[in-house]
Design a protein around this ligand. Structure first.
Ligand code: TXA
Ligand code: MG
Length: 329
């Protein structure tokens, strides 16, 4: 049985976690599926509930810096700088773990991912539990991360509790940076951008640039792709408009406002009203879930500039196209 709790019931939610149960809770990025970090039976339940591969490690969530010191061997100077600027917030840092941290959390790695969320409900929950909470995103493995309450329905019966918190403010998962490497490696782009990281740290390496053999286990798993093929359309605005006007496939185009205005809502879905990248990021996972309920033969999505949050959004788009692109000349 899954207990549904409103955000006024944080204390009941905290009891579920303390008792070794699993709880879905809101964060500013996406909903997380948590269990206490020191209870292996509880941790096992996370993997079972999601159908998650065992070698994909979990992020520990904390509410104060003192908790970090109990988990990791050292806090490098660069990490300290990032924590002062971005915690609490959508930034996960990878440290060398203490030997006593369960290998169920780290998937057998010697490193550990930690983040301090900024969502008020999440922080209050973590404060009341007063223990680090291991939590991946609260989706079934292979599905888009949940960013609103209705996305949690599929988890009913799979977890002990769900703490409701409305829509996720950011809608894409946190930025992940490996601070055990010099230079640090950006493993997963998020709202804390590459440009901001470089400003604080100097050089930051991009995952995949020079480190093909390096493993962040989660990156090798295919992210959610809708059942209908999703294809990235590359080309200038004029090429796109010409293509949309001529093409007679049973399809939809996910586009920015200038193209939407010219090509119309019968063919297009407006993804960036007023070119607002924050809006598009917030809507992306919801959009993927919606598109799966529709009956197009193909879904085209157009490119966005790889800058700031745009890098994170393009990363998630590329993962869900599975590499399918169509270049217009
Ligand atoms: O925004 C978020 O980070 C959300 C909310 C719930 O906090 N959580 C989340 O967790 O996205 P998850 O499990 O879906 O993604 C964690 C990512 C995976 O790609 C995983 O491989 C990577 O972090 N990761 C975790 N520990 C790692 C480690 N020790 N070394 C390298 N990568 C690690
Ligand atoms: Mg996930």
């Amino acid at each position: 049985m899954t207990q549904i709790l409103a955000k006024e019931q944080i204390n009941e939610a905290a009891e579920i976690l303390k008792d070794g149960g699993t709880l879905i809770f809101p964060t500013e990025t996406v909903y997380g599926l948590g269990a206490r970090y020191d209870d292996e039976r509880a941790l096992e339940k996370i993997f079972l509930a999601k159908g998650r591969p065992r070698d994909n490690p979990l992020i520990l969530h904390i509410y104060k810096e003192e908790q970090l010191l109990e988990l990791v061997q050292e806090v490098p100077a660069g990490a300290q700088l990032l924590m002062e600027r971005f915690w609490p917030g959508p930034l996960t840092l990878i440290f060398k773990k203490r030997p006593e941290i369960s290998s169920i959390i780290t998937g057998g790695l010697e490193t550990l991912a930690v983040r301090m969320p900024s969502d008020k409900v999440a922080l209050e929950l973590l404060r009341q539990v007063d223990l680090p909470i291991a939590a991946p995103s609260a989706n079934l493995s292979g599905r888009p991360s949940p960013t609103s309450e209705e996305h949690l329905l599929e988890m009913m019966g799979r977890v002990d509790g769900i703490l409701l918190g409305g829509d996720s403010r950011i809608g894409l998962e946190s930025t992940v940076v490996d601070m055990t490497r010099t230079p640090p490696i950006l493993l997963r782009p998020g709202q804390v951008s590459l440009e901001e990281l470089e400003e604080m740290l100097g050089e930051v390496e991009l995952y995949g640039d020079k480190n093909e053999n390096y493993a962040s286990p989660g990156l090798k798993y295919l992210h959610y792709a809708p059942k209908t093929p999703l294809v990235l359309l590359q080309g200038g605005d004029e090429d796109l408009i010409r293509f949309i006007e001529k093409n007679d496939e049973n399809c939809i185009y996910i586009v920015k406002e200038s193209i939407f205005r010219l090509c119309g809502e019968s063919k297009c879905h407006l993804f960036y009203p007023k070119d607002d990248i924050n809006y598009a990021a917030r809507e992306y996972f919801r959009l993927l879930r919606t598109l799966d309920t529709q009956s197009y033969d193909i879904i085209y999505i157009t490119e966005i500039p790889i800058l700031g949050l745009g890098r994170a959004l393009m990363d998630r788009i590329l993962r869900s196209t599975g590499g399918r692109t169509r270049r217009l000349e």
